[in-house]
Write a protein that binds this ligand. Structure first.
Ligand code: NAP
Length: 230
């Protein structure tokens, strides 16, 4: 039974990750910023004794440090940590606002970076630290520039660089850190026109996570295990 921690597990891809790992019999620490209102997650916790709900707001350093410290005190060792929480604000170029851009960077870049640093001490040897990025953050994959997802794309490009920058240190400690693209997924963020259901994306992601080796540290990988251009 592996121990998996997921951020942003209240809905969308994060909730589906928690559900599928729980169904597979793994122990899941499903985190979200407001457990009181996370009804689907509360239901999952009630129906699966191996699911534990914990509060984690990825833009709150104290919240990050307290959860890392709790796991450390308990002697928990994470096999997989999934930096999934994220946000998208759509604003056309020329109309970007500092508040929305800063919030995206805090949530999509700074938070995941602080989590990778804080949880390093509670990773199992051979553990996997996965950051859910986006094809929109890839210079090589971008089909067009100038659309309303510009600040989000910039934040995911920065997240990719964060993974590259932290991966060598983590690799020395036996931890593989990578960035993954989940594909375009039908969630609140992706919308109903998206290509994949959360079930399809997460099945594909989980198969790929299982294949990861230390040699892949610092790579950007598609949900179906194809490698992606930066
Ligand atoms: N859907 C797609 O097509 C797609 C494509 C590429 C990449 N992604 C990435 O995949 C990840 C999941 O996206 P999704 O489609 O599932 O989005 P979603 O349905 O909008 O869900 C976002 C999740 O992130 C959580 N979150 C936001 N800010 C947070 C914070 N400060 N602390 C903790 N949790 C926070 C939300 O929690 P609350 O419920 O509390 O708001 C929610 O659980 C994101 O990183 C996203 O950028 C998605």
């Amino acid at each position: 039974m592996a121990l998996i921690l997921v951020t942003g597990a209240s809905r969308g891809i994060g909730l589906e990750l928690a559900c599928q790992y729980a169904e597979a019999g793994d122990k899941v620490i499903a985190t979200c910023r407001d457990p009181e209102t996370a009804n689907a997650l509360k239901h999952l916790e009630q129906s699966h004794p191996t699911v534990e709900l914990q509060t984690l707001d990825v833009v709150d350093s104290l919240s990050i440090l307290s959860l890392a410290s709790l796991l450390s005190k308990r002697g928990d060792k994470l096999d997989v940590l999934i930096n999934n929480a994220g946000m998208l604000v759509q604003e056309d170029p020329g109309e970007w606002t500092a508040d929305a851009f800063s919030a995206s960077l805090e949530t999509n870049v700074v938070g995941p970076a602080m989590i990778m640093q804080a949880f390093e001490k509670v990773m199992a040897d051979g553990g996997k630290m996965i950051s859910i990025s986006s094809g929109l953050g890839s210079f090589g994959m971008a089909l067009d520039f100038g659309g309303p997802t510009g600040t989000y794309a910039a934040s995911k490009a920065a997240l990719n660089m964060v993974v590259c920058q932290l991966a060598p240190r983590l690799k020395q400690k036996g931890i593989v850190a990578v960035a993954f693209n989940p594909g375009w997924v039908k969630t609140d963020m992706g919308g109903q026109e998206a290509t994949y259901t959360p079930q399809e994306s997460v099945s594909s992601l989980r198969e790929s996570f299982a294949k990861l080796t230390l040699d892949q540290a610092g790579q950007f990988i598609d949900h179906n295990y194809d490698s992606l251009p930066w």
